[in-house]
Design a protein around this ligand. Sequence first.
Ligand code: SF4
Ligand code: SF4
Length: 305
Amino acid sequence: MSARVQIPVGQEAQAAKGWIGAHRFLLLRRLSQTFFLVLFLLGPWFGLWVVQGTLAGSLTLGVLPLTDPLILLQGMVAGHWPEVTALVGGLIVLIAYAMIGGRVYCAWVCPINPVTDAAHWLHRRLNLPKGWQPKRSTRLWVLSMVLIVSALTGVIAWELINPITMLHRGLVFGMGSVWAMIAGIFVFDLFVARHGWCGHVCPVGAFYGLVGSKSLLRVSAANRSACDDCMDCYAVCPENQVISPALKGKPGSSPVILSPDCTNCGRCIDVCAVDVFTYTHRFDDSLVAPSDPVAAPEKRAARPI
Ligand code: SF4
Ligand code: SF4
């Protein structure tokens, strides 16, 4: 019997596509996250008020209001009816994410994402156990609790502890205890629960998942017949339960990942050496290989995920 050699995650993709090709969407996401953060800091740091406010609520170029719809919702259940500008800003954001994919916010905008990604990277390098893995619905319960507490107390509850807002404020007024909060999330994801914060706890991700449940932008395993079961996509995906229905579906089934849990991060596209995945829209169920044998090439030693 031949010895099974375990190849590090992403190494084959790098050999096939080069380092940049195997990190394309990761690099683009870091650029996007940095862009949004810097946009909000240009004003307070350099006096260039392109955008006034934070991700919670802002005014771009003095005309375009953008409001976090979850904050609006908390405010409304807490009994605070928003001003028309805030309401319009919330609607714009809501419609945008409902169209392009709610959890695009998590992967492409949220400044906490690099922290949780770093914890996941180290988690894999240290080969740590998964740890506490509550049901994915836990974050929906957290979201419900946030709204109930807001309604009972009359305050916008999540904003008291929202790490996204705290980070924005910290970067303007001084990080201080915000470092402890960021370290806490990192340690939680590293030692307590793999993908714990974004995958199981954060009500913002839960909310945007609901918003984008029928969104257009999707990832498809269009070339799934080329899959050789290396499991690299499962290893890097922050929500890897979404992959199998598209990748391992019955012949003739849709290769499109339709779960609202998918963040459209594109890491599965990056790390797949045989280019199984691609961005597409939710109605595209075309397959690269017309015969679509779900398992064709020689299978490799699967790594644990
Ligand atoms: S789709 Fe198949 S070949 Fe591509 S990364 Fe995933 S398991 Fe590996
Ligand atoms: S399926 Fe792909 S795009 Fe969706 S969350 Fe997983 S790695 Fe990201």
